[in-house]
Design a protein. Sequence first.
Length: 280
Amino acid sequence: MKGIVLSYFLLFVFLGAFSQNNTKVDSLLLIHENAKTPIEKKEGCYSLTSYYYPTNIQKSVRYAKEGLQYRTDEPDTLDAKLLYFLGTAYSSLREFDTAIALINEALEISEGLGDTLLTGRVMDQKGYIYFRKGDIANAYKFNIGASKYFRENKDLKHLAKSKHRRGVYAKHLGHYEEAISVYLEAIRLFEDIGDHKAASRIFADVGNLFNKTKDYENVLKYSFMALEIAERMNDSTGIAATYNNIGLAYHGKKDDSLALSYYEKAREINIKKKNELWLA
């Protein structure tokens, strides 16, 4: 009976969200169709480009390309944003060389306009595309440049995300101490802007890094900090991942009984989540 009730509840939630999304896209399509001037057409295309990314990459690419047809001899912010989204979309399609060429064009425009905040976002994305391509050194290089612009603009949200990415890049370069230091900076920034779920996930990342160095006491310290926040946020994914990390730490400490108990807790949460998805 509980399963049936839950299924109906999830169905109503889904239908409500689906209806709201349909209303929004209908409104954006209407604006796009009624646009008269080139700038209005470009604005309409940009709205649809950002709406469809990342749920429908092909449509996002289509509207970005259409919007860029309305460019003039004097590039503007919308041109840079459309190129940014188009480059990001091609990165998702794993066409990295095309993605980087488009991002470079967006970067040239944003720098020419003196838009330092947009320049930071484009530069950070350029670093991420290099990361996805497997060029960690360039990913790291452009991330540092982007962070400087976010700091200058006091954009804590993007600075926090950028710091988190740098921690990932440093980890892949084998610079574990630097990665831990940057992760902790990112945690502080995420907590400052009230994004406690992101902070919790990074605490878990810090724990993972200490697992690599076999510093199991610190694994437990940061994993339990992550667990406290994840439980407060009712973040079942974060809780399960953290239980697993704690299990790994106890296994490293040769306490297999405790390790198994935390593995089992993680497994129970994951089974429950799969059952809820099946009921939906």
